[in-house]
Design a protein around this ligand. Sequence first.
Ligand SMILES: C[S@@+](CC[C@H](N)C(=O)[O-])C[C@H]1O[C@@H](n2cnc3c(N)ncnc32)[C@H](O)[C@@H]1O
Length: 228
Amino acid sequence: MSDGSDHGRKAFAEAIYAHQARGDHYLYGNQWGDPNHGTLRYLFERYVRRRKVPGNLRQVVRRYIQPYVRPGMTVLEIGAGGGRWTQFLLPAARIIIVETTPEFFPYLEARFGPRFEFYQSSGAELTGVGTGQVDYAFSFGTFVHTPPEVLDGYLAHLLRVLRPGGLAVIQYADKNKRAARLPGPKDSGFADLNPQRFEAMATARGFWLRTHDTRILNHSNVAVLVRP
Ligand SMILES: C[S@@+](CC[C@H](N)C(=O)[O-])C[C@H]1O[C@@H](n2cnc3c(N)ncnc32)[C@H](O)[C@@H]1O
């Protein structure tokens, strides 16, 4: 697709196959930071080993997943990859995984068991997910790189699939932050978003903004949206 809505599908498929072929000992996704690391380990990884970790990811779990995900819930994750965040959704009764790269589905089942309902999106839609069924939706590591129209498309669909009062936790790139504006060949194509633009998009789609955390990560932000 030329609009970037299937951002990197071929590259992601090759990456997960290569990861499995090499028999890498780490879990796929942890190369971008392990959300199980406590504060000391995070500081060590970032400042001693100089790993490109965008922030204390354990705090993302503590603030934006664990307080919300409960047994009996239906949750949905957009762009789950190898399950770096999916692992914290497991208490839910029903987990819907939305991906443009279905090559991740067998990896997720091998890692967590046959727990999931999978939906291969064409890029910015949730057509295969029923209306008003989802209590909590989460996405991390996807809308930092996809074009803003992809996020906007998903916001429209999230409004439909979330139940009234349901939440969507969305991480997105913030071009106001230096780390999202790396010059020249190092620019890894962060999406052209910032807090003002994100809020305008979310509220235009009909969401209420419950929390907008612009401090927790160095190249991106986390927002908690409520479906009225
Ligand atoms: C950088 S990886 C992050 C994976 C995982 N969320 C993590 O943080 O480890 C981005 C993931 O988003 C998926 N993706 C990219 N564009 C997408 C889209 N338009 N809709 C759904 N998933 C998408 C990719 O297939 C990939 O699994």
